[in-house]
Design a protein around this ligand. Structure first.
Ligand SMILES: [Zn+2]
Ligand SMILES: [Zn+2]
Length: 197
């Protein structure tokens, strides 16, 4: 639950507001949203290399750093061992976010891409690429519902998902490796972390 609100917050204030960290705004609003729009460009075109899908590599360090004093205080106040578990939960959540966001823009006929829940969040995020101030959640749209930014697009037909299977080239594989574990397809299995949110 907390993750949903945090996801909403950072998407709105780090990714779509230039005031806090200009670089995250540039790489998300000015780059990610310009390449991947709500039409057929939401899905990476066949033969193209995935670019500007994942967050900057230091985003995880930033998230952990921001939460460290908060969770540390919780541990001290409640006398429970929450620090390492809390930080691990953030890292896993980050991995899940990055992996599924990657899969949304780079479809590859993975088994879970047929699942209704996954198709729902993929469509939820596509609408965000049409209306940037709506659907700020990527994984769990709870905060969108509570904070009034939830939007469905019933008028227009969603673009069809490319059905050709991508065979990763050497470059795309090494790029995925450089961008961290979340960007490497197949490392996280779906449903692994549902209990954390
Ligand atoms: Zn996106
Ligand atoms: Zn966005």
């Amino acid at each position: 639950m907390y993750a949903s609100f945090f996801e909403w917050w950072f998407h709105k204030y780090l990714f779509h507001t230039p005031k806090l960290i200009r670089r995250t705004f540039n790489s998300h609003t000015l780059t990610h949203h310009q390449i991947y729009k709500g039409d057929h460009t939401y899905y990476l075109a066949e033969g193209k290399e995935p670019e500007h899908v994942a967050m900057d590599w230091w985003a995880l360090i930033l998230f952990l750093g921001v939460h460290f004093p908060i969770i540390w205080t919780v541990e001290k106040l409640t006398h429970t061992h929450s620090l390492w578990g809390g930080l691990a939960a953030i890292a896993v959540y980050y991995g899940v976010y990055e992996y599924f966001h990657w899969c949304m823009h780079v479809p590859n006929q993975r088994p879970f891409e047929k699942w209704g829940v996954y198709r729902f969040i993929r469509e939820h995020h596509r609408i965000h690429h049409v209306h940037m101030q709506k659907n700020l959640n990527v994984i769990l749209p709870l905060a969108d519902l509570v904070l009034g930014t939830y939007k469905r697009d019933t008028k227009r037909e969603a673009p069809t998902v490319p059905t050709t299977r991508r065979t990763p080239t050497r470059t795309s594989r090494s790029q995925a490796h450089r961008r961290g574990p979340a960007a490497a397809p197949g490392k996280n299995k779906p449903g692994k972390n549902t209990g954390d949110k």
